[in-house]
Ligand binder design. Structure first.
Ligand code: ADP
Ligand code: ZN
Length: 215
């Protein structure tokens, strides 16, 4: 399957993407994870992206397109991909359309994960992420806590609250989302590719996608 996952921060794009990779070997491509990896590794890309990310602002489109141009042409994408956190702006969506046409790849659909704002706020402030960049397991202090507080179940590293998950950075990310990313649902509707789902439950989202794709 070749899907775009759309939705506000905290809508569950990462969780749904992980569940979908287990179905047919499609790879999850998260621009957020790629950028955080670059920041941690101290690469040129990381240096350029870091300040935007910590403020909760979007990283400039040309940096993102540079990443995706390479990533989508790697061999593992042939089986399929789940784009998680990309595209985030109309110019990125237009550039993606041009890129996919150029490399001869056809998208199945863009799935919009719809979640009420109060649920989003609650999920984001209670989210904890494993600090080990090879693991990045995601927990939630209320709905899926670690067995030992503050320690990743999978690898034993400390879990942390991301720097962009303070209440202020979150409000700013949601504003940015409403202004820059929410218009993408209209864009993909016009393209005839949009599927909207109520995403309060990630299991229900995965079931609805499977049904729509006919497997
Ligand atoms: P979220 O939980 O907000 O969906 P992500 O992990 O997808 O977070 O992204 C974290 C940060 O990385 C964003 O706030 C933004 O600064 C940057 N980022 C990720 N993907 C993109 C993108 N496609 N375009 C611009 N900036 C991006
Ligand atoms: Zn871990």
């Amino acid at each position: 399957m070749k899907l775009i996952l759309l939705g506000a921060p905290g809508a569950g794009k990462g969780t749904v993407a992980k569940m979908l990779t287990e179905l047919d070997g499609a790879v999850q491509i998260s621009t957020g994870d790629i950028l955080r990896g670059a920041v941690k590794a101290g690469t040129e890309l990381g240096k350029q992206a870091q300040d935007f990310m910590n403020r909760g602002d979007l990283v400039p489109d040309d940096l993102i397109m540079g990443i995706m141009e390479d990533r989508l042409q790697e061999d593992d994408c042939a089986k399929g991909f789940l784009l998680d956190g990309f595209p985030r702006t109309i110019p990125q969506a237009e550039a993606l359309k041009e890129l996919l046409a150029r490399i001869g790849v056809k998208l199945d659909m863009a799935v919009s994960l719809d979640v009420p704002r109060d649920v989003i706020l609650d999920r984001l402030t209670t989210r904890r992420t494993c600090s080990n960049s090879d693991c990045q397991a995601i927990y939630n202090t209320k709905s899926s806590p670690t067995k030992v507080e503050g320690i990743c179940d999978k690898c034993g590293s400390p879990t942390i609250q991301r720097e962009d998950e303070t209440v202020e950075a979150i409000s700013h990310r949601l504003e940015t989302y409403n202004e820059k990313t929410a218009p993408l649902t209209g864009y993909y509707e016009k393209e005839g590719l949009l599927m909207s789902v109520n995403a309060t439950s990630s299991d229900a989202v995965v079931a609805a996608i499977k049904e729509r794709l006919g497997n």
